[in-house]
Design a protein around this ligand. Sequence first.
Ligand code: NAD
Ligand code: GLY
Length: 361
Amino acid sequence: MKTLELDLGERSYPIYIGSGLLARPELLTSYIHGARVAIVTNETVAPLYLGRVRAHLARYNPVEAILPDGEQYKTLEVLNRIFDALLQNRCDRQTTIVALGGGVIGDMAGFAAATYQRGVPFIQVPTTLLSQVDSSVGGKTGVNHPLGKNMIGAFYQPRAVVIDTDTLNTLPDRELSAGLAEVIKYGLIRDPGFFAWLEAHMDRLLARDPAALAEAIERSCRNKAEVVAADECEAGVRVILNLGHTFGHAIETGMGYGAWLHGEAVAAGMVMAADLSRRLGWLTEHDVARIRALIERARLPVQAPPMLTAAQFKSLMSVDKKVQAGKIRLVLLEALGKAVITAEVPPAVLDETLAAARAAA
Ligand code: NAD
Ligand code: GLY
């Protein structure tokens, strides 16, 4: 087992990464201090892993909230089912919420923890590659709104993150690829050595080589933990973790939540960000070709959906948490491995990227 720490002073917490961690109850129970636990999961993950977690936590008389599966259920209405379960079972303020599932469950359970009785402890047990490398770490929690992705939420940190890499054995291929989008992101924004490692080892990752996956997860979590430790509430550098996300969130919202997986939309969005960075003279043609090739090898889309017009893109992009004083801020690449945040993209150049994305599709 590898242990990383996210350094947030008194609110620091460990990130445990390894095989067979769901068989180690102490990794959960060390962080439970009250008498009650509530496990939040979904209809797909419950039959796979809930029994094991429930058995470990039997002495805490666990409450269970089993939500419907899908990004389209990441809503305030469905969130309320967690509160229903907590209130029906008289859960008090010392109750610890355990989020067992992918990013949708982690974000919703985390938001429930942030707001139930003004805040109860929670533990992340991520079971998708995407949630293991990104969403379980860093304390962003929330739900979608029909007008914008993740628009309702809170920064609220877990007490621990327990990543059992064996859970990836049951993950569908398409979901594995979606997680690889966020893995590639870390290479692009701040870790060129990791990008080169991914170029060398993508075939092993797709073949689910356990050692390669464990290394990719550890390097991703290390990158994420460093950025979050430097800027927990996204006042500055944390924005770079959103490379490709302004385009990607527009795709997810515009196509209807769940039609494109988050990681797929981010992948196409990162190619658009790379294209824009080249048009601004920061990346070379060769850099963009490398980025496209790696994303394609990860079996991810490199083009935006053709049905979204440039006008729709711009309208959707204007509902983004990075918008400041009405100006869209984008994360672009100054070089391969170095992100930059800018609000100064000439509109004509953005139009060229949007037109190129449609022309290519
Ligand atoms: P997801 O939670 O929808 O999980 C993907 C699918 O895999 C679901 O059908 C799920 O039921 C299933 N699944 C989960 N674990 C499984 C397993 N071990 N075996 C088989 N099936 C399994 O999607 P995701 O990609 O994990 O997360 C995407 C969400 O995360 C989006 O809502 C996105 O906005 C959010 N996100 C949040 C952050 C953050 O910092 N909080 C960062 C990135 C993404
Ligand atoms: N996924 C973006 C962030 O955590 O900041």
